[in-house]
Design a protein around this ligand. Structure first.
Ligand code: ZN
Length: 457
């Protein structure tokens, strides 16, 4: 299947308009945050069957009209054409992208990545195969701390090259926006450097990168000999790192690894309260390995998201469900590729969370130790197979709900007039087929801010 951009009488580069046409389905995700039963509704506009033709009629296929980087109109071709003509946007002025019977969705959003790191940790796979646990590897000075050592030693150029490589791979899987956490520096200078590089990569484009400060990812080696090491490091995060991060002005959120043996719920609360005081939105690594009060904390402080939740308690689910009707509920960001890669077999109760009305998002958790996959569509497949999500629920989780987890829902996550023209053309005829082909290369074109950045030669 090939795609060609044909300018309507002009060069594609010279027109600010792009018309994506010929899709079998356009999943718009219009209508806001998905929670409960609405998570299964991705607001599909489909090609109606043409009577007597024995198949769908391309003439009435849905189209997406983009203008100057934003969505202008979405719907059946005839009605969109009328709207455009009436509003002074003649269809002849649009470049064309033929979806050729494929599916169009909003650009995917990965709301939880650790994009920037140096080194790899494939050796831990063998340790885990012999039965070593995550905290055991951490206690032995492996895990996060080995990545911290390699990342501190890496040059800016090395980190930029690494970031570009994996962002390009994410883009080829349909991802147009990611969140990127710091957290492999664990000292002021390296944490600021990681945020600066993430910001630079986002400005370079085409993938937007939303930086999050995660100084409280682990207690670094130089603190481990101190009396009450964790408490001493928490003070360092609050008194030294956070003010420097706020002064730098790049990070939008602050995250904490709230987990038994790492940072307690009380320490996490203090860090996030200080962050909120500096204008950073709170988010949490919550209840990944043991129920640690993370979900309850997220609900009580109105965190943007509570992530992982593989070991969330009944009280934690109650707390998230209790906050679910808020105008800005805590989004449960589930990371099932991590559970899969850790071979723990104990997946987050995503089905229960959806049934209790909690909005669910999905992310890769891209990182060198526990989830080295940049492939968000594969995460959708794992969510369907291991969490019991439907393909539509999984799509909502990586579009509009992921946008809410990043508090960017006014800008991205759905194909609605005024939002960014970020979309994917998939080489399959339905939303249900996106997670149906695990790990397959299904992306035929990606449009970012109205510009074709993948495919569409
Ligand atoms: Zn993470």
């Amino acid at each position: 299947m090939t795609f060609r951009v044909i300018a309507g009488g002009r060069d594609a580069a010279s027109t600010p308009g792009l018309l994506v046409h010929g899709a079998a389905q356009v999943a718009t995700l219009a209508g806001g945050l998905r929670r409960g039963a609405t998570q299964d509704d991705v607001a599909i506009v489909s090609t109606p069957d043409t009577p007597g033709s024995g198949g769908p009629g391309r003439r009435d296929a849905p189209v997406v009209a983009c203008w100057e980087g934003a969505i202008l109109a979405v719907g059946p071709r005839a009605s969109v054409s009328r709207t455009l003509e009436a509003e002074g946007y003649p269809v002849s002025r649009f470049a064309r992208l033929d979806a050729d019977g494929g599916t169009v969705t909003p650009g995917l959003i990965d709301p939880h990545t650790h994009l920037l790191f140096a080194g790899t940790r494939e050796g831990e796979l063998r340790l885990r195969q012999r039965g070593a646990g995550y905290l055991e590897i951490l206690a032995a000075g492996g895990g996060i701390l080995s990545t911290v050592e390699a990342t501190r030693a890496a040059s800016n150029e090395e980190l930029l090259t690494h970031g570009r490589r994996w962002l390009a791979e994410m883009l080829r899987h349909g991802v147009t926006t990611i969140e990127a956490k710091s957290g492999y520096g664990l000292d002021v200078a390296t944490e600021l450097r990681l945020l600066e590089i993430a910001d630079a990569l986002g400005r370079e484009g085409p993938v937007d990168v939303i930086p999050t400060f995660l100084g409280a990812h682990a207690v670094p080696a130089e603190f481990r000999d101190k009396a009450d090491a964790t408490e001493a490091y928490v003070r360092c995060v609050i008194e030294e790192q956070l003010p420097a991060v706020a002064a730098q002005g790049i990070a939008r959120s602050c995250d904490v690894f709230c987990e038994g043996g790492v940072f307690s719920a009380d320490q996490s609360r203090r860090i996030l309260a200080a962050a909120q005081g500096l204008g950073l939105a709170p988010r949490l690594h919550a209840d990944e390995l043991k129920a640690s009060g993370g979900a309850e904390l997220a609900a009580s402080i109105g965190a943007a998201s509570a992530d992982h939740l593989a070991a969330v308690s009944a009280a934690g689910i109650d707390a998230l469900a209790g906050a679910a009707e808020a105008s800005r509920p805590v989004v449960a960001t589930i990371l099932p590729a991590t559970t899969w890669f850790l071979m723990s077999g104990h997946y987050a109760p995503a089905r229960k969370l959806i049934d209790r009305g909690v909005p669910v998002a999905l992310g890769t958790d891209f990182n060198p130790g526990t989830s080295p996959t940049p492939n968000l569509p594969l995460v959708m497949t794992i969510a369907c197979l291991s969490l019991g999500l439907t393909p539509a629920e999984a799509l909502a989780a990586v579009t509009i709900n992921a946008a809410h987890a990043l508090r960017l829902d006014d800008e991205i996550g759905s194909l609605e007039p005024g939002k960014a023209a970020d979309l994917v053309v998939w080489g399959v005829p339905s939303v249900d087929q996106i997670p149906y082909w695990p790990g397959a290369d299904l992306v035929r074109a990606v449009v970012k801010d109205g510009r074709v950045v993948v495919g569409g030669d």
